[in-house]
Design a protein around this ligand. Structure first.
Ligand code: MLT
Length: 315
């Protein structure tokens, strides 16, 4: 009997393949190469992706025997779940695999934005020595607004607390008691916007959260505000952010995610690349050895169970 085919469409840790084991045949394809993906998925029993492969109705139509789609990360952003359900395919993810990595990147971006690390690095490599132009700001005594106080937002708060910041949290689903345990005070979004020197977003991308930080919210901001988004592209409206930064109404921003990725493919996101006050990274939140190992192992275990027709427990 032939072995089930597991198609890996993005870079995953070597541990993923080890855990999949020899009972399956592992094939690789570049998930961003659409024709290649559609051809390869035809014979696949399982498909493994991260965030760059669009798993939509066209993919399910091309697949002849796909049983399971696994996303090695938090959320299911690039997988069309209703299309999977119609095609009879199960969809799984690894919801806690990279939360620490995402939180650590948010903290890194906050500090990078306050201290102009990206600009300083580029300037040094261009042969300059610009100490005056790259004056920064301390985190001590500043107000940090965490928008989205779920698993990642709470890890960020925990890590920022020792810096001596005043923590505010906006999250319709968090209690004042839980926030207080982490030294944060729950406020509404307008109050957070008007008080924060640093704002970091940690929410999933849903119809309710797209553009959550938009022109109206940014109009309330102090000129000292730094906006950080290491969560999902589009939570901070890029047009509004560009306007606030280019008009000097806020101090800076650091972004890891974009409404379109890479941002050079979108007219709106592209404009942010021109600004000196923006620090940019290419969707690296989950890109650590540890997170990739955890995500790969988690989805590989679930895929094995799914292919064996066994129950896949919630991670
Ligand atoms: C995630 O959703 O966990 C990440 O965005 C996955 C990735 O880095 O590809």
């Amino acid at each position: 009997m032939s072995r089930p085919v597991v198609l890996i469409a993005e870079e995953l840790s070597p541990a993923t393949v080890e855990v999949l084991g020899s009972d399956v045949e592992v094939q690789h394809v570049d998930g961003t190469d659409r024709p290649a993906l559609l051809e390869a998925v035809a014979e696949a029993d399982a498909l493994l992706v991260r965030s760059a492969t669009k798993v939509d109705a066209e993919v399910f139509a091309a697949a002849r025997r796909l049983t399971v789609v696994a996303r090695a990360g938090v959320g299911l952003d690039n997988v069309d779940v209703p299309a999977a359900t119609s095609a009879g395919a199960m969809v799984i993810n690894a919801p806690t695999s990279n939360i620490v990595s995402a939180a650590e990147l948010a903290v890194a971006l906050i500090l990078a934005s306050l201290r102009n690390i990206g600009r300083a690095d580029a300037s040094m490599k261009a042969g300059k020595w610009e100490r005056k132009a790259l004056n920064g700001t301390e985190l001590l005594d500043k107000t940090v607004g965490v928008v989205g106080f779920g698993r990642i937002g709470q890890l960020v708060a925990e890590r920022l607390r020792p810096f001596g910041v005043h923590l505010l949290a906006y999250d319709p689903y968090v209690s004042q008691t839980r926030a207080a345990e982490l030294g944060a005070r729950v406020v509404d979004l307008p109050e957070l916007m008007a008080s924060a020197d640093v704002l970091t977003v940690h929410m999933p991308r849903t119809p309710e959260t797209i553009g959550l930080i938009g022109a109206e919210e940014l109009a309330l901001a102090k000129p000292s505000l730094h906006v950080v988004n290491a969560a999902r592209g589009g939570l901070v409206d890029e047009e509004a952010l560009y306007a606030a930064l280019s008009e000097g109404r806020i101090a800076g921003a650091a972004l890891d995610v974009y409404s379109a990725e890479p941002p050079s493919t979108s007219e709106t996101a592209k404009k942010l690349l021109e600004l000196d006050t923006v620090t940019l990274t290419p969707h690296l939140g989950a890109s650590t050895v540890e997170a990739q190992e955890k995500a790969g192992v988690a989805v590989a275990k679930s895929v094995r169970l799914a292919l064996a027709g066994e129950l896949v427990p919630d991670a």
